[in-house]
Structure formats: C-alpha cells, structure tokens
Design a protein around this ligand. Structure first.
Ligand code: SF4
Ligand code: SF4
Ligand code: SF4
Length: 188
C-alpha cells in the first residue's frame, strides 16, 4: 500500500515519526504511573494480544463499562503514512479527504494530518475511540497493520473475568504482569 519515501524526505519523516512515538510513549508513561498506584497488589491485569485479535468488534460492546476500556493504539514505526489509508477511508471513498462520508471510523476518532506529499499521519482521539476495530481491520487487511487494540488501564477496572474475554473469538485476552501491562506492536 505504501511506497518507499524519497531519500530527501527520510530524515524529516523520521523526525516526525520519532516525535509522534515520543508523544505516544509519554502518554503510556502517564498510564503506567496511574496503573502502578492502582494495582500494585493485583499482580496481573487483562490485555489483548494484538497477534491473536480477529477484529470482530465485540470489544466495543461487551465491556462492563459504558464506554469500553479498549481503545485503538497506533504503532507509528510500522505505519506507511499512506495517502490512501485503508484504516481511515471507507472501501470506496468519494475522495481522499477528511469528509465525514469518506471516513470508516464511526466516531471520527481517527485524525488525518498532511505531512508532505504524499504522506499523511493518522492519530487517535482517545476520548472519541470506542474500540470498535473497524480501522484496525482496514489497516490489517490492506495496510501495514500498524493500528491495533489495547485495554487501557486508566479505564479498565480489571474484572476477575473480563466480560470481553468470555466472547472473544480469538482468545486474544490474556493476563499480563501489572508492571508491564501493554502488549505493543513493534517493527522488531
Ligand atoms: S473481542 Fe477479541 S477478536 Fe474481537 S476485537 Fe476484541 S480482542 Fe479482537
Ligand atoms: S474505527 Fe473504531 S477502533 Fe478505530 S479509531 Fe474509530 S472508534 Fe476507535
Ligand atoms: S476487565 Fe472489565 S473493564 Fe476491563 S476490558 Fe474487560 S470487561 Fe472491560
């Protein structure tokens, strides 16, 4: 889906990626702090193995919380920064622009920002994301698979038996150490 960037663009793109990655890491760092204070005695927490997730959509509807604790996460280092992003656009968009009718996300949580021709950056507005996995499915089916789902531990109440895990068709819900509560995708 993506093509190799022109050599002159690499350093700038790398800078942008590093900046985005640091922002993401900083966000996660805040969550880790919250988690550490909340669950030191709990030992383990629920997390989604992104390699097992089948993008079925049940994470959005089966969580005991009114708005699911599951949200989309972006592995920027894996992203192609595609103009035609199949995680962002409907299968047959009228145009490659930010018109609501062209967007796959039902809550407009995925934001598209022009970087430089022909590259665009995609960011998730966590307040709007409901964890429906539509963008994840689009990105995995035709793109690089850089969008994926994670249980956010600033929201999750760590149920004894996660309600989503009961119905997850991929057996993707696993218990992980509360000291390392995220299973992130990387290029390595
Ligand atoms: S219920 Fe399981 S397979 Fe379905 S979206 Fe959630 S983690 Fe993925
Ligand atoms: S398509 Fe679904 S999972 Fe993706 S950003 Fe929008 S609400 Fe979140
Ligand atoms: S453990 Fe409970 S709160 Fe956390 S994702 Fe599962 S159902 Fe939602």
């Amino acid at each position: 889906m993506s093509s190799a960037p022109p050599a002159a663009s690499v350093s700038r793109r790398q800078f942008l990626r590093d900046g985005a990655r640091m922002t993401a890491v900083a966000g996660m760092g805040g969550l880790l702090g919250v988690l550490a204070t909340r669950s030191q005695a709990e030992g383990t927490v629920w997390q989604i193995d992104p390699q097992k997730c089948l993008r079925c959509g049940r994470c959005a509807t089966e969580c005991v919380l009114e708005q699911s604790a599951v949200k989309c996460v972006h592995a920027y280092a894996m992203c192609g920064y595609c103009n035609l992003c199949t995680g962002y656009f409907e299968p047959e968009p009228n145009a490659l622009n930010t018109g609501a009718e062209n967007q796959l996300c039902p809550t407009a949580a995925l934001k598209r920002t022009f970087i430089e021709d022909p590259y665009f950056q995609y960011d998730i507005d966590e307040q709007l994301c409901i964890g429906c996995a539509k963008c994840v499915e689009g990105c995995n089916r035709f793109g690089n698979g850089s969008l994926f789902l994670q249980v956010r531990h600033d929201r999750c109440v760590n149920c004894n038996v996660c309600a989503i895990s009961r119905v997850c068709p991929g057996d993707a819900f696993v218990r992980v150490p509360s000291s390392q509560p995220y299973l992130l995708k990387t290029t390595h």
